[in-house]
Design a protein around this ligand. Sequence first.
Ligand code: NAD
Length: 240
Amino acid sequence: METYLVIGGCGFLGRTIVQALLARGSPVAVFDLVQRYFDEKVQYFTGDLTDPIALGDAIKKSGATILFHTASPHYDAPVAVHYKVNVDGTKTLLEVASANGAKCLVYTSSAGLIFNSGDARDIDERVPIPENPLSSYNKTKGIAEELVLEANGKNGLLTVAIRPSGIYGPLDQQGMGPGIAKAVREGQTKVQVGSNNNLTDWTYVDNVVKAHILAADRLSECTRGIKLKREEIMSKSFRN
Ligand code: NAD
């Protein structure tokens, strides 16, 4: 059985991944700047992603073979913090991961990194990242994604990146959820901006979690040289 370390596991998405892993009986540990949850079954490590010693220690002591990297500063954090955490932190992770026993890494990227403020209909992952990204968040998420994908197959590590669009769900403290709840509480439910034609993607957090766990399961199968059909992977991962 694999052991999982969720980096950023006290955040909205990370915590929901932890809950899903616990629900299926998988051993799980968390690495985060701050411990915000307390569960008997979860081993918590506090530290900064950019600190190779703390991070390497957490991977080794937890015995994690599969890493989920969900840590990131928010969109409106200072530019230097985006570079420090998303770029330097991801490099640090790639440097210490396999030396401490990890075999697979699932990176949470962002659909935002290909957004250049124009319409984006019917596109997929082949769309190139814009030369001048809209923000330091988008730019550094893109650099981190490239680093993660370049590391695939090197030093015994398999990697994958997932690009969610906006995520919503119960544990959201900072994103769309609290804003909508506040508007509803204040009776501001009849405001319309624009002509009601704009489309934007939002994904319920459980679906994003499912994508992460499916990706991890697939990488795990690959490390064991097992080739499964898509239907088999789906039924193995989420029987009910
Ligand atoms: P969040 O802020 O709720 O969680 C991020 C967690 O990472 C926090 O617990 C934070 O303490 C931790 N963290 C930040 N910097 C760290 C560091 N230097 N070292 C260790 N831990 C650190 O954010 P979220 O909404 O759960 O987002 C999770 C991931 O999903 C992020 O990578 C984000 O870029 C990506 N994403 C989010 C959305 C969304 O709508 N929420 C959309 C697309 C992609």
